[in-house]
Design a protein around this ligand. Structure first.
Ligand code: CA
Length: 166
């Protein structure tokens, strides 16, 4: 698999100078053009201090009841370490807005990298999806966007926040 550079930019500088670290990761795709009927994630890896901490978090998608998960497409499939399994959020169950998948790390951590792997089929559905890193108050610290998505594509996103170095 080849690496595809992602567009990314820092959206929120620290206002108080205090550390602001990442607790929530969100992947969001608009479906207003009806081109994104579903969103599937094979793996979302979240690196803090060198290790992937995603598997220790709690993943949900679509709504809190997870009724939006298509059969076999549980949100946790994106953090099980197996690229052959994938989450699958189905547009038909979304009442309004876009498709989303969220991960709660359980506490704020110094996240420096996110690696997203598209599923082996319909991987291009991830094209243009936004990736947000949020703090414990759900404030956006950083955002990026998936570009060049295709079946099995791997997207490395360097996350810059005010968690360290300030
Ligand atoms: Ca998986």
């Amino acid at each position: 698999m080849h690496q595809i550079p992602a567009q990314y930019f820092r959206t929120h500088e620290s206002q108080s100078g205090s550390a602001r670290c990442v607790q929530h990761i969100q992947v969001f795709n608009h479906n207003s053009d009806e081109e994104h009927q579903q969103m599937s994630l094979a793996e979302v890896e979240v690196f803090a201090g060198g290790g992937n901490v995603a598997g220790e978090g709690t993943a949900i998608q679509g709504d809190k009841s997870q009724q939006t998960a298509a059969t076999g497409g549980a949100a946790e499939n994106a953090i099980d370490g197996d690229p052959a399994t994938a989450s699958l959020t189905d547009h038909n169950h979304i009442q309004r807005g876009g498709l989303w998948w969220k991960l709660d790390l359980g506490s704020e951590q110094d996240v420096d990298r996110i690696r997203i792997t598209a599923p082996n089929s319909n991987g291009s559905d991830l094209e243009g999806a936004f990736v947000y890193a949020r703090d414990s108050n759900y404030q956006i610290l950083w955002s990026g966007r998936i570009k060049g998505a295709s079946d099995g594509s791997v997207h490395e996103l360097q996350v810059e926040t005010c968690c360290s170095g300030y």
